[in-house]
Design a protein around this ligand. Structure first.
Ligand code: PLP
Ligand code: COI
Length: 365
């Protein structure tokens, strides 16, 4: 397979949804429930990536002994394609997702994928399923590239064969309640990631390990979990599928602060984008260690005026309340804050093509 010039055999689906049905789906989008007509598939064997195919979205053949099912060699990414004002479609920073995908692959002892293959597969899928890209405010086509280990072998070692796929799903708001502040539960009983572990990889196992705490959060009436560090159980890391920002007031001026990348949290692409956008908006931005006790005190005293979460799926979502065993702290009277909303508008403006893309983040399909 020539890395610089991947080929995708295009086999159009014969079971495509009729336009009327598709339009119906696009009128009531729920995150991650409906998939477009096609998927991209590329196999890896004999030490090389093979030519890819874009074909009808369907179940994939997998041996019950496939190592992904037993030992969890599985990684994924998530990025979005947006309808532009001229009707064209552009993807947001897919090269960053490709970079992170290969870092995750390395941590899970999986093969790296050439950039042209990763982006080419996504482009080919968006091109054939272009009619699925919605155009409403806050809407996009969510792309989910992933790789799984396919060797039918029960020995514990890296697989020698893999399947890389891209599927796509129209996306609106990630949280069913729309753009309303979420309440978050601080998990002290469970940890997401330890130093030297897989915390900064986007691997399936991290999400499996988070579900029990997420269920606990739901039981406590919260929408999401805040993860703390594994050692002190005091340093704020991130949420289940989002990074966190805190807006401090220093001499009356807002300063946006996000937990430093310690190797145990995901290096979010939205997080890094917001650090750049904050500078564009003339806001000071910092990355540093944040202790839960200090943060709770600073919210109570008004030194922190806003808390918000950010990620591809969730965009920017304000946090209205932080709860844990023995405490509950309301943030910003439980409302949407001006800094979060200004950053959200700046980000969505670039993604939707209504604001200039001066950083060159958009990738036309
Ligand atoms: N943290 C976790 C655990 C995530 O799953 C995600 C989502 O991808 C993020 C943070 C945010 O990352 P990004 O902004 O690249 O979507
Ligand atoms: C994303 O924002 O892309 C995520 O992966 C978060 C979640 C859906 C797992």
């Amino acid at each position: 397979m020539p890395a610089s010039d991947p080929t995708f055999k295009i086999t159009p689906s014969t079971t495509r949804l009729a336009a009327a049905e598709r339009e119906k789906e696009l009128k009531a989008i729920q995150f991650g429930r409906v998939f477009t007509d096609h998927m991209a598939v590329v196999n890896y064997r004999n030490g090389t990536w093979q030519d890819g195919e874009v074909k009808a979205y369907a179940a994939i053949p997998l041996s019950p002994a496939a190592s992904v099912l037993h030992y969890g060699q599985a990684i994924f990414e998530g990025f979005k394609a947006y309808r532009q004002p001229d009707g064209s479609v552009s993807m947001f920073r897919p090269d960053e997702n490709w970079n992170r995908f290969n870092r995750s692959a390395r941590r899970l002892a999986m093969p790296a994928i050439p950039k042209d293959l990763f982006i080419g597969a996504s482009e080919a899928l968006v091109a054939i399923d272009e009619a699925w890209v919605p155009s409403g405010p806050g809407e996009s086509l969510y792309l989910r590239p992933f790789m799984i280990a396919t060797d039918p072998y029960l020995g514990v070692r890296p697989s020698e064969t893999y399947m890389f796929l891209v599927i796509a799903s129209p996306a609106g708001e990630y949280f069913p309640q729309g753009l309303k502040p979420v309440s978050v539960w601080v998990s002290k009983d469970y940890v997401r990631a330890a130093p030297g572990g897989t915390g900064e990889a986007k691997c399936a196992g991290n999400y499996a390990a988070s579900l029990l705490a997420q269920a606990e959060a739901k039981d406590q009436g919260c929408d999401q979990v805040i993860w703390l560090d594994a050692i002190e159980r005091e340093i704020i890391e991130e949420m289940g599928g989002m990074n966190l920002f805190f807006v401090y007031r220093q001499h009356g001026e807002p300063v946006v602060v996000t937990p430093a990348l310690t190797g145990t949290l995901l290096a979010g692409i939205t997080r890094s984008t917001l650090l750049d956008l904050a500078a564009d908006l003339g806001l000071k931005a910092e990355e540093r260690r944040l202790r839960l006790t200090d943060v709770l005190q600073d919210i109570a005293s008004g030194a922190i005026s806003e808390v918000f979460a950010c990620g591809t799926a969730a965009v920017i979502t304000p946090v209205g309340e932080i709860k844990g065993r023995g405490f509950a702290q309301v943030v910003n009277d439980g409302g949407n804050g001006p800094v979060a909303m200004a950053l959200r508008d700046a980000l969505l403006g670039i993604q939707r093509g209504t604001a200039p893309d001066k950083h060159g983040w958009m990738h036309a399909v």
